[in-house]
Design a binder for this molecule. Structure first.
Ligand SMILES: Cc1ncc(COP(=O)(O)O)c(C=O)c1O
Length: 290
């Protein structure tokens, strides 16, 4: 099936979409992005993703952005693509202008890209059952990780280190030894019967899966949740560790740097949260008007 792009309002096959070398995203990484999951052609956690997109733009001083037009274009691109199980990728940069650090002249239009592509969950399904190994890696990112910026070099390097170690992800560790999150997923753990995660703040991206699905499920199941800063040594000793993200959903971690977490198998809380996540998606789909 066609991977469809909508570049500044123009629909075309993604491989044919072209952006200027003077685009500020290309030159400076001056842009933000967002990734939605499409289940049965519908945007999961739509409000949460849109709110985070809006916030990223506002925090980075993008002014006068037309959200209604973007929403219409997203819907049109999904419809024309006919993708049912897929991903919607949005990227907005500060547009095309002569290379100067300060913002381009007022009125310079942003570059707005929407890509709708199929997503094959099949390779991930067995991993949710088996759990995955991860590694630890230095958190080399900047101090506004709450913004979903396209500047992802530190994430890319850490993820590649994981890839080279045959691991699924890398948990990022700050200069004081505290864990933050993972390169492209949220990190959660279970200690003393409580679900834990790094406090919301500039150190982590506010994960839509963490907030919009996992924490709601935990609350419904009366699993206590605590925001806490813990070190990598404390994470090694956690009863359970899991990742959460738009495509991986809830992914149990069975080892970090080769050291087993718990008994080296996905734990009971991870299992319950996985089941609750699935149930929430099914319930939401059933409630959609055809
Ligand atoms: C750094 C980082 N943290 C967390 C997440 C999880 O966010 P979400 O649940 O919205 O996919 C992502 C997703 O891309 C990410 O890049």
């Amino acid at each position: 099936m066609l991977t469809l792009a909508c570049l500044n309002g123009e629909l075309l096959p993604a491989d044919e979409a072209k952006v200027s070398i003077w685009d500020r995203g290309f030159l400076f990484g001056d842009g933000i992005y967002e990734v939605f999951r499409l289940y049965e052609g519908r945007l999961w956690l739509e409000a949460e993703h849109k709110a985070r997109l809006r916030r990223s733009l506002e925090e980075m001083w993008f002014e006068g952005f037309d959200f209604d037009r973007l929403a219409d274009r997203i819907q049109r691109t999904i419809e024309v693509s006919e993708v049912i199980e897929g991903i919607v990728y949005i990227q907005i940069t500060r547009g095309v202008a002569p290379r100067k650090h300060a913002f381009p002249a007022a009125g310079t239009p942003p570059t707005e890209l929407i890509v709708v592509k199929e997503y094959d969950d099949a390779p991930v399904v067995p991993l949710r059952t088996s759990g995955v190994p991860i590694i630890s890696y230095m958190d080399l990112r900047w101090r506004r990780c709450d913004v979903k910026s396209i500047n992802l070099l530190a994430n890319v390097i850490a993820c590649e280190a994981a890839h080279r170690a045959d691991a699924f992800e890398a948990v990022l560790v700050d200069e004081h030894g505290f864990v933050t999150e993972s390169t492209h997923s949220s990190l959660l753990w279970v200690r003393d019967g409580k679900l834990g995660a790094t406090p919301e703040g500039h150190e982590i991206l506010p994960g839509t899966t963490r907030m919009g699905a996992v924490l709601r499920a935990a609350e419904a199941m009366e699993i206590p949740f605590v925001e806490e800063r813990i070190t990598i040594d404390q994470l090694f000793m956690a009863d359970e560790v899991m990742l959460a993200g738009t495509t991986i959903e809830v992914m149990p971690v069975i080892s970090i740097d080769g050291v087993h977490i718990g008994n080296g198998q996905p734990g009971p809380v991870s299992r319950r949260l996985q089941a609750a996540y699935r149930a929430a998606v099914e319930l939401w789909l059933a409630a959609q008007v055809v």
